[in-house]
Write a protein that binds this ligand. Structure first.
Ligand SMILES: CC(=O)N[C@@H](CCC[C@H](N)C(=O)O)C(=O)O
Length: 373
C-alpha cells in the first residue's frame, strides 16, 4: 500500500477536535523525523506544526496549508480502520488533507526546488478557528509565505479533477448559539410555566423567514440550526433550551443584516414567551477569496500540465478559516475530487484514496514549476 494512504488511515483512526490534536501533532512530528533532516526546519504552534523545506536558491516562499482536526460525528463507514475515538470522525477529510501535505513535504525533501516551501499543519478549522491565531503567531510571521495554497476534498467530483474559481469561493460564516431561559414546571400545569421547548420551536421556524424575506435573493445566505437541546424529561416543562447553528452569507452586508434580523426575532420571542435569551456568535470566518492572478495561473498550469481535469466551479456556502490567510497572502483554495456517495460532514463519507497520490503528484509539480528557475 502507498505510504500516504497508510498515513491517511492512521490519522483516520485518531480524529481530534480543535486545539486537542495532540496525537495528530505527535504523529505528524514522528513522521517528519523519518525524513532526511538537512533541508527541514520544524516548529510547533499549539497543536499545529510548521515545516520549512529549504530551497536550493530561495527568492520567495511558497506556502501550503493543511487542516488537521476532526468532527464530533460517530463514524458509520464500516472501515476496518474506523475512528478509535468514540463520537469523533474525520468526516471532513482532514486526514486526506494532512497525508497529502506530508506527501508533498516528502517529495520536496527528496527533490528540492529553488524556493523555500513552508507547510502549515493547522488545528481547529472546524472550530473555533485556528487559522487566524496561527497567522498572528511569531512562528507563522517568521515564515510568512509570498503565496499560499490549500485544498479541500470534494466528494461530488471524480478523482483526477480539481475545481476552483477566481475571486469568491466560500462564504462568510458565523456560528450561532441561542440560549433561552423561561420557567419550568409540571407538564400538567402549562399555565404556571413558560415552556422553552415551545419558544425554541417558534424561534427555529421564525428564523427561516430571515433568509426568505430579508436577504436579497440574488445575494445568497443560509441559516442552519444543527442542534436543539432543551428540557429534562417527558413530563416536565422545559425551563431552558439551546439552539446551535451557523450563518453563511456571500457578502459582509448580508451577514450584518441577518444578525440584525436574528436579534429582532429573538427579542420578539423574549417578549412573547416571557423568557430571557442570550445570543452568542461564536467563531466567525472570513470568506475565502481566491487571488485572481495566482488562481488563473494555477488553473492554466493544471490544465496544461495534464495532471488534472479542471472545473471552473461556482462559489459554495461552505466556510473555511483559510479565508483569513487569503485575506493577507495572495493564493487560492481548490476542491480536490474524491468521489464519495456520502458528502462532507456525513458519518459515511468514504473519499477515494486514489486521490491522495494524484494530489501529491499534482501539487509537487505545481510547486516545482512555481518555485524553480
Ligand atoms: C469546509 C467545511 O465544511 N467547513 C466548515 C467550517 C465550519 C465553520 C464554523 N464552525 C461554522 O459552523 O460556522 C463548514 O461547516 O462549512
Amino acid at each position: 500500500m502507498n505510504r500516504f494512504v497508510q498515513i491517511r488511515r492512521d490519522l483516520h483512526q485518531i480524529p481530534e477536535l480543535g486545539f486537542q490534536e495532540f496525537k495528530t501533532q505527535a504523529y505528524i512530528l514522528s513522521y517528519l523525523e523519518t525524513l532526511p533532516p538537512e533541508r527541514l526546519e520544524i516548529r510547533t504552534w499549539r497543536t499545529g506544526v510548521l515545516v520549512k523545506v529549504k530551497g536550493r536558491n530561495p527568492r520567495q516562499t511558497i506556502g501550503y496549508r493543511a487542516d488537521i482536526d476532526g468532527l464530533p460525528i460517530s463514524e458509520q463507514t464500516g472501515y476496518e480502520f474506523s475512528s478509535t475515538h468514540e463520537g469523533l470522525m474525520h468526516a471532513c477529510g482532514h486526514d486526506m488533507h494532512t497525508s497529502i501535505a506530508l506527501g508533498v513535504v516528502t517529495v520536496l525533501v527528496e527533490q528540492p526546488i529553488d524556493d523555500d516551501a513552508v507547510f502549515f499543519f493547522q488545528p481547529a478549522e472546524e472550530g473555533p478557528g485556528g487559522a487566524q491565531p496561527m497567522m498572528e503567531s511569531e512562528e507563522f510571521q517568521a515564515w510568512k509565505p509570498d503565496i499560499i495554497v490549500a485544498l479541500h476534498i470534494a466528494p461530488e467530483y471524480p478523482v483526477g479533477t480539481i475545481a476552483t474559481r477566481e475571486g469568491l469561493l466560500f462564504a462568510n460564516t458565523s456560528e450561532l448559539f441561542i440560549d433561552l431561559k423561561g420557567k419550568g414546571g409540571h407538564a400538567a400545569y402549562p399555565h404556571h410555566a413558560n415552556d422553552m421547548v415551545v419558544a425554541a420551536s417558534h424561534l427555529v421556524t421564525q428564523l427561516q423567514s430571515v433568509i426568505s424575506r430579508n436577504v436579497d435573493p440574488l445575494d445568497s445566505a443560509v441559516i442552519t440550526i444543527g442542534k436543539i437541546t432543551g428540557g429534562t424529561v417527558q413530563n416536565i416543562i422545559a425551563e431552558t433550551a439551546r439552539l446551535e447553528g451557523t450563518i453563511r452569507t456571500l457578502s459582509v452586508e448580508s451577514m450584518n443584516k441577518v444578525k440584525e434580523r436574528i436579534e429582532a426575532i429573538v427579542a420578539g420571542i423574549e417578549a412573547s414567551f416571557q423568557c430571557e435569551a442570550v445570543i452568542d456568535y461564536g467563531a466567525m470566518y472570513h470568506q475565502v477569496y481566491n487571488h485572481e492572478e495566482v488562481t488563473r495561473e494555477f488553473m492554466n498550469f493544471a490544465r496544461e500540465s495534464g495532471h488534472m481535469e479542471v472545473i471552473e466551479c461556482r462559489e459554495a456556502m461552505t466556510g473555511e478559516d483559510f479565508g483569513y490567510m487569503l485575506a493577507e497572502i495572495p493564493g487560492l483554495m481548490f476542491w480536490l475530487g474524491v468521489q464519495s456517495e456520502f458528502g462532507l460532514h456525513h458519518a459515511k463519507l468514504r473519499p477515494s484514496e486514489d486521490a491522495i497520490e494524484r494530489a501529491i503528484s499534482f501539487l509537487t509539480s505545481y510547486m516545482k514549476w512555481k518555485g524553480s528557475r
